[in-house]
Ligand binder design. Sequence first.
Ligand code: ADP
Ligand code: MG
Length: 670
Amino acid sequence: MLSLTTAVGELRGVGPVTERELKARGIHTVGDLMLLSPIRWQTEKLYPLSAERVGEFSGFRLTVDSDASTVHAKGRGRFLRYLCSDEDGTRVTLLFFNQIYLKNQIRKGQELFAFGVLQEKKGAFSLFSPKLRKEAPEGVRIRPIYAATHSISSEKTEKLLGLLPDGLFDQISETLPTSTLKRLSLPARGKALLTLHRPRSEEELQLAKKRFSFEAIFRFCVQARLFHRQSTGETVQGLIPKRSLDEFIASLPFSLTEAQRRAIGEIARDMTSKGRIPPMHRLLQGDVGSGKTAVAAAAAYLCAMGGKSTLVMAPTEILATQHANSFARFFEPFDVPVLLLTGSTPKRARDKILRITQGNEPYILIGTHALVEEGAVCRGIGLTVCDEQHRFGVRHRTLLGDKNEGVHTLVMSATPIPRSLAMFLYTGENISVLDELPPGRQAVDTFYIGQEKLERLYGFIRRRCEAGEKALIVCPLIEDEEGESPLQSAVEEWKQVKKTLPSLSVGLLHGKMKSEEKETALNDLIEGKTQVLVSTTVIEVGVDVPRATVMVIQNAERFGLSQLHQLRGRVGRGKEKAWCFLVSSHPAKSARERLKKLCDCHDGFELARFDLEHRGPGDFFGTRQSGFEAALSVGMGMEEMTSVSNEAELFLNEAGPEELIPYERATRLN
Ligand code: ADP
Ligand code: MG
């Protein structure tokens, strides 16, 4: 008997390889599998063959006009080829890669239904490995598409989920108050989940999506209100800095932008009033490169000069390290120790840090979420700074709030939340916006190029590097051991670049490396020991490399526009001109349009909106999705947002925060 707790390894069709890969994705039980959200849905609808369908997923009713012929592709195996035509006699070539067994299944004269993305070259249509069906589809079928990994295709995931009876979904426990579901006519969690995997109609799917978006915003609102309530009534002693802020500002290696000055002024007002004051809760919002770090450092300075310490939390080790370096530079003239604590800090260093944090002198402690666990032992904290808060999810934030009552909080974010929505979501929080980039910044020239232009691109990289600049190349995969993936892997690209550009030194950075190795790779680039760094998206958030002017992103179609914008933000942070090359040979029109948008647009907010409209929010579960994305993804207006907020208020009045069931527990039987 299947249950939510049945191990995935017991499912039919799950061998050791699949099991390992599922586990690597955090899927251990049938319940975990059920919570795996499709990334999008395809509507299986029949069309006549026409140029209009090129690049789009479509279904075609075809007659097979030829027997199979085999085509040998150099070094890539064999293709099976059939010529077909639709009712109007329009022709199309069907190509199947390494699926020789199909030879006996498709015969000349036969009718079949083929589903795939239509391609066109010089007026000739073709379909690459389309899905085939012998019977006409009944009505319009909506099919879930799951993120594919190495050996688990979307179809495989669909098949595995298909083994689960409908009734099993009823066992998924509810995470929203039943009264709320009733009032808003939203489906129960189990039902909605079943719909995401097996939608019966577009309407049903929309309602299920709405339920999950509602839940994301609801949680966000509950947390925000909770945070607000915890701190209302609470007061702290206003800081009295013993050295002036002007001294700090004068010591900076650049002069501040107007926006930075304004934000620092707002923060100073929050933290340095006389007597007992409510603690600051401020959101510092600014696009990539707007200079949030210097603002945070000014806040930390005020804190230190007032005799208190600062905790800075970053989402990744790389970013924490980088922050530690920046802060160390900023605080060198002021004799305030800057400490770095991450999951991989060795015990001895950790003990030393903990000794300092037990002392009475102010310090600045920077780290990853390991800090949260250590937070309790820190003394004299006056300020916490949380960078890229959406990466932590709300949970961490509450944790931090719990452990450090009466502490000023500064949340930094490059997530483009419109002001009105931000005010609404972050109840009681004040917002400072950096709406200005430091002077001399130029928009990064962005190009969309095909794989075939790579040779020339490498030549360009060589010339830039010879001029003393640096290049970053980002790949979607770490390594492609079986050599099967159509995606470029970092390891492979690294070998390739080293071979093509022997005069340059080329580094490699990815998530599977040990953290000292990662740090070395990044430092080598920063210090100029390497000129080109090939990496995965670990480079994404906040990393600052002086004189990096070329960014290359392989298989750019794989990334969201906001993510591409963040990646692009890694270059062009100085006065020099910078370039970003989006490499993609993806034929789909929608993919091309998204990438072209990035070439023309340098506004993070506009890009986020465009992406949501054209791609959908991707992941409905977990704390990954911010309330903002959830709201936009289902087109929720202010009115509906207000109803969510009211429900959150009601919930907190009637129940209590402890009754908000964590997502992690949601697959348990009761
Ligand atoms: P983000 O807002 O993305 O976190 P950073 O704080 O990392 O941006 O700043 C990006 C770069 O701009 C850093 O190299 C920083 O030293 C530099 N910078 C910040 N403020 C200014 C300024 N006012 N003038 C010149 N450069 C600045
Ligand atoms: Mg930053």
